[in-house]
Design a protein around this ligand. Sequence first.
Ligand SMILES: [Zn+2]
Ligand SMILES: [Zn+2]
Ligand SMILES: [Zn+2]
Length: 345
Amino acid sequence: MGFNEVRKDYLLDRWVVIATERGRRPSDFAGKVREKAKTGVCPMCPGNEHMTPPAVLVYLKHGKVIRKTTDKDDTRHKNWAIRVIPNLFPAFSPPKDKTSQRKIAKRPEMISAVGHHEVLVESPNHDEHPADARLPQLEYVVDAYVDRLRELTAKPYVEYVSIFRNHGLEAGASLSHAHSQIIATPFIPKTVEDELKASKRYWKHNKKCVFCEIIRKEREGPRLVLGNSKFVVIAPYASANPMEFWIMPKKHEATLLDMPKGNVEAFAETLRTCLGRLKRLVNDPPYNYGFHLAIDKDARSYYHWHLEVYPRLAIWAGFEKSTGIYINTIAPEAAAESLRRTISS
Ligand SMILES: [Zn+2]
Ligand SMILES: [Zn+2]
Ligand SMILES: [Zn+2]
């Protein structure tokens, strides 16, 4: 019997044991009964807008045209297509007044959690998740990500904006209405910082973007999930999660703000296709996804935005938690093959 492979991430100093000796197949994960969030009055459903704080962004649909607006103190817009609302229990909250914007309390071991924490309601339809959303609706979601990213990155105290999605109770979505979250922080999170540093180093030595190189290599190989004219989807070499995949723009772009308007539809379609296949292949598994992007203009040349999708099919227990080494029982090559073969609908 051969040894399992211990693989290093493309950029991070993170190691994963690809434990294929256990002989698990992607379909082995399909039989699990998914826990559902409690049903009750949904604060995100149309008609319940008064249950939330005023929206910081509302998309109102007039025929084919979208009008963008905000709620005022005690008024709430109805008949919306997208709503972005402040989180009721924010992890990061905005400064109280203008003068405190630049004076963020800071000690070597403490920073005030100044920032923003928002919930993006993706559709008036409770169950319109990206795996089977209407394409134009999913384009609004992506447009709204970009709108919030633009507004939040412009704030002097914001150093990073994390756009992410939790799907399913086991992945942390306590409300089942289709939604994403946005957290703006006064520092760059460690994982992104590590990717930035490593890709900067690669750029200095090779005068090339490391992500462009990853795309060039992986699109010919066994870890390619799909490629179209604008995006490439791969199961990364050292996937920490079973069935993990990343969506990357083919053209070099450092942040979602660099994405040409014309690529929004292609991105929404790529996202829907991949999540649709994952849903059919593994019976609507819980998952998390998050964008990695560069806010700093200096990173334009060497950083390349991407979306990382982490299905929640394994439980990280004692070994993972105490060592930071992950055990993945599905080789990314097998994950890519299954995702390639599955027809999304
Ligand atoms: Zn709802
Ligand atoms: Zn690149
Ligand atoms: Zn990344």
